[in-house]
Design a protein around this ligand. Sequence first.
Ligand SMILES: NC(=O)c1ccc[n+]([C@@H]2O[C@H](COP(=O)([O-])OP(=O)(O)OC[C@H]3O[C@@H](n4cnc5c(N)ncnc54)[C@H](O)[C@@H]3O)[C@@H](O)[C@H]2O)c1
Length: 251
Amino acid sequence: MTVAIVTGGAKGLGKAFCEALLKRSYKVCFCDVDTDEGENTQQFLAKQYGNGNVYFQKCDVRSENDFTALFNGVLTKYSSIDLIVNNAGIIHEKQWKNCVDINLNGVIQGSMLAMDNMKHGGGVIVNVSSLSGVLPTLYAPVYAATKAAVVNFTRSWAMNPAVTQNHIRMVTMCPAFADTDIIKDIKEEQFQGKQFVAPFMEKLGIMPLERVTEGFLKVLDDQDNNGKSLIVTANVMDYATFPDPFQPANK
Ligand SMILES: NC(=O)c1ccc[n+]([C@@H]2O[C@H](COP(=O)([O-])OP(=O)(O)OC[C@H]3O[C@@H](n4cnc5c(N)ncnc54)[C@H](O)[C@@H]3O)[C@@H](O)[C@H]2O)c1
């Protein structure tokens, strides 16, 4: 039995990741703060993939208590945790502390709990960042900062013996715009200049969820990607490269 936790799984990318995992016969527990949407999605997924294979638990990734209860619940029901997808996220430049709490602190909390649980049997931690995690994003500096932090948090842990010696793999995903609610009905207050969003969307396009799921499955299947960050756009599906300061100087 292979068991996964997906945060923010009630809709959007998280829901698509849950479906992709259920198609691969994972047992899936997904959490969200949105109980109504979570329960609807639970009903939909259980009908498609079987009642015993998926369940929803309310969990706010900002809450250590909720997160601990989520892990304990999964261990009681399925006995192991092989994969966590730290996916829950928001864009809100005005509510920037909330943005940091969800996008960064939530990912840190989920990763640390997962590492603790995986230290005996190994596992995979997928942290959902964004193209904004590797590119400056003039209309959402706080969002970009949280996503960049997720990239380097993951790269840093990936080098640590607690990960490398315990058969754990930690990977980041950096998708461009995808067709979910996070980019629909966007409000002025969510951005530092909402008018700057459209030109980026026009250049990059809006990906169908299937494209991001393709990247998600690549991240799961590539065994040699510990610490890497997969960029997913309509045209690009490749791991990001970073300068290596330890290289001998170019003469
Ligand atoms: N859609 C895009 O264009 C895009 C691009 C790059 C990265 N991302 C990232 O992908 C992830 C998923 O976003 P999405 O596009 O599916 O958005 P979405 O708004 O459709 O879904 C996000 C989900 O997270 C949940 N959530 C929000 N706060 C939470 C909390 N405190 N605790 C638990 N759940 C919470 C929401 O209720 C929602 O169900 C986010 O981290 C987002 O930053 C999205």
